[in-house]
Design a protein. Structure first.
Length: 811
């Protein structure tokens, strides 16, 4: 099982797997019947009053046979001898011999043993288990063919898949899933999970390696036996996969199979959780005393000898071994193991040794039971010659003893011994080879706060680095970014996306971005909020004070012209152009220029309420005056005809009535606007990013455009009337000047509409101010500038005779 992870502090607890199954006898004397049994190879036994069984992985692999189903399937041929597991098998034998020699432990009971090589396969594990249950003389399911001995239990091998054979699905999947839950609970992230398929010769290695290469994470945790993982390691080596940090389960954390020189670059820096090692000097001495000549009962010792001394026995050429036979010398049996077996500390062998002692102490406690005070119903005790498996299982669960090295062995309520692991780091030794160096420990029986101890400074990482490497599926998202989960990927695999406009993230790996308050805006990096800038047409802005200056200066022009008209009011040209209406028009034009100032500066609520109304009213007064002048010109000309009924309409009352009526209609529109939907001050934070636009919201666009449309209507009527009266005699012909002024006025405001709608912020206000000033100048320039020119610079033309002459000349 492979996991790519970001951190690796977790715990996994192995228990001694003990199988206790009750069986019947092999024959039935009443019916004189028997069952066919089948013998198997790879079996080692020694008789005793009580027998302890064990399955071990003496060989790591088997030859795959193609089944024809036309004959009996052949026995599986085992290959790749594993000396480490062979030594653990001898730990059981050594423990049994030591217990038999101990006068205090089981003094009147002789222990025997039955051990079997499972060859790392489920099939042989099942065969070995049934063989031992059948009495060690053949496989006869549900029958026991050796009446003289009782099988106390079977010590399973280290692999959960085979040691929990009858629940192999749980053995294969429950343990990794539990570890996965603990990893995630600890804050780590698993980028991918792949299975080592032990049913395939290549163990699914090509696919696994491809997944590792494509992942961006650099820490790979492998929960697998060394025999299966070594095939994956070969594929990793073939594809030159380096630079990863490997986390090893106890099955391969100290495996000799992977300490070879060709794996050095790939596995340097590996962190492993190894079975706690202990000193076993007497066992080491026992191993060094093994001799093929003395231990002829051991069917595996010759293979062990061949591997240990790189030799071969005569007549063993057909044996399947992992080395090149051609390069081996002949074994003699006189070679000495003392030069090879110098290690006094053991890991897997110590576990097997303690398991045998746990079973022995359980048998001792069963023997020491006092009748009437036993743990079974009615205070009964179990008989040593006829106990049931569940009897012994009760005592095994309750054993509590000290080993010879001082370790305390007991089981908790779940049947687990104290979880003690060594944390090892694969480093290069002084000899130039990989070796596991203990850098810490994990001990659940230690006091609180001391469960995990580690010398972090002593860790050598990949490429001989001393700094802790960083392994992530995705890079950390910086400030101003947020995580975006990739569909179909684990939560630790994500993309980093910029925060949306108006949002910030002020921490790395932010899950979501947060908006700023209404008066604030993110900075360019979007990692903090800044106060928004305020925008309005200010007097301090160049555009603002320029328009204000133009408006103020322009308002003086109509007043100066009014002064000229007052000074020259007796002259023919002033009298001929309706002096009173001209004065009113000039005054309204001055107000038109001044009303533009209401649009400049910070928009106060009162200013927002009145500025459009003031603009509409003064312009209505102005255009109404122009319309009244135009109508007066037309009436005055037609009233000179004989018998004309228009004479009574030539007075000032008609002009003022037109002005009053037209202005009143605009007043009605403005009053309704203020009453029903009055404008208000608005703080616009949406139009421009990072800017608060302070403006006046008209609230009712319909009312605004009705007011403006009414002004356009008055200007259009004035234009039509003036255009029709353009051919009147020159002495009375003010209509052509009004025609040009209204044409310019309408052009300005028609152009204003698209410009106003497309502008934003203060430029919207500037457009309206510009239209006010320009349209006002159109009226001043077209109607009054020509008259001032004549009055001030051509006084010879400002005479009654000249005006009358021109009039006669045209008739």
């Amino acid at each position: 099982m492979f996991w790519r992870i970001r951190c690796f502090f977790f715990s996994i607890v192995w228990v001694f797997s003990t199988l206790l199954i009750e069986v019947c006898t092999c024959s039935d004397p009443l019916n004189d019947c028997s069952l066919h049994s089948e013998s198997i190879s790879g079996f080692l036994s020694r008789p005793g009053d009580i027998v302890i069984g064990g399955t071990f992985m003496v060989h790591l692999d088997t030859v795959y046979n193609y089944l024809q189903f036309t004959s009996k399937p052949p026995d599986q041929l085992c290959r790749v001898f594993a000396s480490e597991y062979y030594q653990s098998m001898h730990a059981l034998i050594f423990a049994v011999q030591e217990i038999n020699a101990d006068p205090e432990l089981l003094p009147n009971v002789t222990l025997g043993f039955q051990v079997y090589d499972a060859c790392n396969t489920l099939r042989r594990a099942a065969q070995g288990t049934l063989f031992m249950l059948s009495g060690g003389k053949g496989i006869t399911p549900n029958y026991h063919c050796d009446k003289g001995t009782r099988l106390a239990g079977i010590i399973g091998e280290s692999g959960s898949t085979r040691s929990i054979l009858m629940a192999q699905i749980l053995g294969l999947y429950w343990y990794p899933q539990k570890a996965k839950e603990e990893i995630i609970k600890g804050g780590a992230c698993i980028a991918f999970t792949e299975n080592v398929l032990i049913g395939q010769p290549n163990r699914n290695a090509p696919h696994i390696v491809q997944v590792i290469k494509e992942s961006t994470a650099k820490v790979v945790m492998v929960i697998s036996s060394d025999s299966h993982f070594v095939i994956v390691a070969e594929e990793l080596l073939r594809q030159n996969v380096t630079g990863n940090i490997w986390i090893a389960s106890e099955s391969w954390a100290t495996s000799d199979l992977l300490f070879k020189e060709r794996y050095q670059q790939m596995f340097l820096g590996t962190i492993g959780f190894a079975i706690h090692r202990g000193k076993m000097p007497t066992f080491s001495k026992y191993l060094r005393s093994l001799q093929p000549a003395n231990d002829h009962y051991d069917p595996f010792i010759k293979e062990y000898w061949e591997q240990a001394f790189s030799c071969k026995w005569p007549g063993q050429e057909n044996r399947i071994v992992s080395s090149d036979n051609a390069s081996m010398r002949v074994c003699t049996g006189t070679e000495k193991l003392e030069s090879l077996l110098t290690e006094e500390y053991h890991r897997l062998s110590l576990n097997v040794y303690n398991a045998v002692y746990a079973m022995a102490w359980a048998i001792q406690n069963l023997l020491n039971c006092t009748s009437g005070a036993g743990p079974f119903p009615y205070g009964d005790c179990a008989n040593i010659s006829s106990f049931h498996p569940w009897h012994l299982l009760h005592y095994i669960k309750n054993v509590n003893f000290k080993t010879k090295d001082g370790s305390q062995i007991f089981f908790d309520a779940k049947g687990n011994p104290p979880a003690i692991y060594d944390i090892v780091n694969w480093q290069v030794s002084v000899k130039g080879a990989l070796e596991p160096v203990t850098i810490g420990s994990y001990d659940l029986s230690a006091p609180n706060g001391r469960t995990l101890s580690m010398d972090s400074a002593g860790i050598i990482w990949t490429n001989n680095e001393t700094q802790v490497p960083l392994s992530t599926c995705s890079p950390r998202c910086p400030l101003g970014f947020r995580k975006v989960i990739i569909p179909g990927k684990p939560l630790c695999c994500y993309n980093c996306a910029h925060c949306p406009q108006g949002y910030i993230s002020n921490q790395t790996d932010a899950v979501e971005c947060h908006s700023c308050s209404w008066n604030m805006w993110p900075n360019q990096q979007q990692d903090r909020c800044l106060l928004r800038t305020t925008e309005f047409l200010s007097y301090e802005e160049p555009l603002g004070y320029s328009l204000a200056a133009i408006g103020i200066l322009s308002s003086l022009i109509p007043l100066n012209i009014l002064g000229v008209f007052i000074h020259y009011k007796q002259t023919p040209i002033v009298r001929a152009n309706n002096y009173s209406l001209s004065c009113l028009l000039l005054f309204s034009l001055s107000l038109c220029f001044l009303c533009s100032l209401g649009f400049i500066g910070y928009p106060q609520p009162t200013q927002c309420l009145l500025r459009q109304v003031a603009f509409g009213m003064v312009f209505a007064l102005c255009i109404s005056s122009v319309l009244a002048k135009t109508i007066t010109v037309v009436i005055a000309f037609n009233a000179t005809k004989p018998s004309s009924r228009l004479r009574k309409w030539t007075g000032v009352k008609t002009s003022y009535s037109v002005i009053g009526f037209c202005t009143f209609l605009q007043l009605v529109v403005c009053v309704l606007w203020l009453s029903l939907s009055a404008p208000f001050q608005e703080l616009d934070t949406d139009t421009k990013p990072g800017v608060i636009i302070v403006n006046c919201n008209e609230r009712s666009p319909s009312a605004f455009w009705c007011m403006l449309g009414y002004l356009g209507f008055l200007a259009f009527i004035s234009f039509i009337v003036a255009f029709l009266a353009r051919r009147l005699p020159d002495s009375f012909n003010e209509a052509k000047f009004i025609t040009f002024s209204m044409l310019a006025f309408l052009s300005v405001w028609v152009s204003f509409i698209p410009a106003y709608l497309s502008a934003q912020g203060m430029y919207t206000v500037a457009m309206e101010v510009f239209a006010i000033l320009t349209s006002s100048w159109a009226v001043v320039g077209c109607i009054f500038v020509p008259k001032c020119y004549i009055v001030l610079f051509r006084p010879n033309m400002n005479s009654r005779e000249n005006l009358m002459g021109k009039g006669k000349g045209q008739k």
